[in-house]
Design a protein around this ligand. Structure first.
Ligand code: 6PG
Length: 509
């Protein structure tokens, strides 16, 4: 049990005793204040949209007071009303303006900001700066680019303010009932908000899915990669859906039932669970399957693309995330797709494999591909940790992703175990993941062949298979690349029989 919790239980016990003895209620009030002083916090929260409102209520449910600030007085009033209706322990205080907001907070102040990243966040910081005192803290809970967070930490700390960059995952539901939180910044800043944030976070077997991972933009880097993996996972689900729908001619309801069945095996995860719900849903307007009326143009806000860009800078593989981003990019240009289909004819053809065999192969292919997606994600994290000297605890990262976040899945418990025990240099080499890959790679190969030979785009499945095949090829074809580089640019190469020495080939003699 954490020290804070022990203290909380002790004070709660004292409170019960006092309530029994004290008829006037005075001692009880003292005990409540004492309890608040020891453990409860009074934070500020700026940005009372869907996420902000839900997170404020979550903090209040845990007994923390929260001062609210938003451009919309109505949204704040609604949030305060909703909280009252639920009888939450902490108080929510709607503030009329920034001055009143800042005054309402005890010093040193801790202010959480949940507004869109970029310009809106900078406006909030600029508004707060002249009103705050040295030692006050601003924490950004948005999906900011980690390089911006690095700059903000440096700039604000120069002025004596503290700044934390925190990724928060789980959507509105998570914000209300327990998100997964990945923090970065100074240890001193983290210590300030750790208690209330861990109270409000999702719990996995009692452990809060909320941690601090290092200085500067490290928390936002981890959240960005979480989203990169999220993109790859979602693309695999979409490709599996496409093969079942366009290839095997299955209805959305049948596909939803397949996804539901996958929840009983190693694919058990939040994204597969909601894929089943999305596929099984009916459009209230037409009575058709909801999936059949949704326009096939994917949106994106940037975190997937940033993950790929950063992975490329770091020299780490991210082909599955890249496949997912590219699929979204191409999906977005619906008009061009329609024109191309008219010119070349539609690509996906009916698949003649029996439905039962194809669906069974798909489940296995998903397992192998998912292992590859996580392996790539953790390769990027390890590379960043070494390059930026962040000293990431990869097991701890997997632990905060076990509950509350969008990529939560049974795999993550296994991943945290692998890194905790330090049994393998690479996720795929850990015995448990070797088994998953050995058992399921043949099915991944057959699904890629089935997809490609029938004209179905399967970029994420293909990227997973190529990644795994390249990683396990002892003698690659890079000798040809080296030969070509040396031929046209005298870039030199090493010989198998003289490692470490540089040679030129006999090309121009
Ligand atoms: C989460 C989500 C959340 C959001 C992303 C993805 O972890 O709760 O990842 O952060 O859904 O912004 O958005 P796009 O798909 O629009 O890029």
């Amino acid at each position: 049990m954490r020290q804070g919790q022990r203290v909380k239980y002790f004070v709660q016990l004292m409170l019960i005793i006092l309530l029994r003895m004290d008829k006037q209620g005075l001692a009880a009030k003292m005990a409540v204040n004492c309890l608040k002083g020891i453990h409860m916090a009074h934070l500020g929260l700026i940005g009372i949209g869907v996420m902000g409102s839900a997170f404020a209520q979550n903090l209040a449910e845990e007994g923390h007071d929260v001062s609210l600030l938003d451009r919309s007085a109505d949204k704040m009033a609604e949030t305060v009303q909703e909280a009252k209706g639920q009888g939450l322990k902490g108080q929510l205080i709607a503030c009329a303006d920034a001055e009143a907001f800042v005054k309402s907070l005890p010093k040193p102040r801790s202010i959480l900001v949940l507004v869109p990243s970029g310009g809106p966040l900078d406006s909030v910081i600029n508004m707060l700066k002249p009103l705050l005192d040295k030692g006050d803290l601003i924490a950004d809970l948005g999906n900011s680019n980690y390089t911006d967070t690095e700059k903000r930490v440096a700039d604000l700390e120069d002025t004596g303010l503290l700044f934390l960059g925190m990724g928060i995952s789980g959507g509105a539901e998570g914000a209300r009932h327990g998100p997964s939180i990945m923090a970065g910044g100074s240890r001193q800043s983290w210590a300030r908000v750790k208690g209330p944030l861990q109270d409000s976070a999702a719990k996995f077997e009692g452990d809060p899915c909320c941690d601090w991972f290092g200085p500067g933009g490290s928390g936002h880097f981890i959240k960005m990669l979480h989203n990169g993996i999220e993109y790859a996972d979602m693309q695999l689900i979409a490709e599996a859906y496409g093969l079942m729908s366009n290839g095997l001619g299955m209805s959305a309801t049948d596909i939803g039932t397949v996804f539901k069945g996958w929840m009983d095996g190693p694919l058990n995860s939040y994204l597969v669970e909601i894929a089943a719900e999305v596929a099984l849903a009916t459009d209230p307007k037409t009575g058709a399957a909801m999936l059949d009326v949704i326009l096939d143009k994917a949106g994106q806000k940037g975190t997937g693309r940033w993950s790929v860009i950063e992975a490329l800078h770091l020299g780490a593989p991210a082909s599955m995330m890249a496949a997912a981003v590219e699929a979204r990019n191409i999906s977005a240009d619906l008009e061009m797709r329609a024109e191309m289909e008219a010119a070349f004819g539609p690509s996906p053809q009916k698949i003649s494999t029996s439905q039962a065999d194809a669906v069974a192969a798909l489940e296995q292919a998903m397992i192998a591909a998912k292992v590859c997606a996580y392996a790539q994600g953790f390769e990027v994290l390890k590379r960043a940790s070494d390059a930026f000297e962040w000293d990431f605890d990869l097991a701890a990262i997997a632990r905060v992703w076990r509950a509350g976040c969008i990529i939560r899945s049974v795999f993550l418990d296994e991943i945290s175990d692998v890194f905790d025990k330090g049994v393998a240099k690479h996720l795929a080499l850990a015995p448990v993941f070797q088994e998953h890959l050995k058992a399921n790679t043949p099915a991944l190969q057959s699904v890629v062949v089935m997809g490609i030979s029938n004209g179905h785009p399967v970029p994420a499945f293909t990227a997973a298979l190529n990644y795994h095949n390249m990683r396990r090829t002892g003698r690659s074809t890079a000798n040809m690349i080296q030969g070509l580089r040396d031929y046209f640019g005298a870039h030199t190469f090493e010989r198998l029989d003289a490692p470490g020495e540089k040679f030129n080939g006999p090309w121009h003699d």
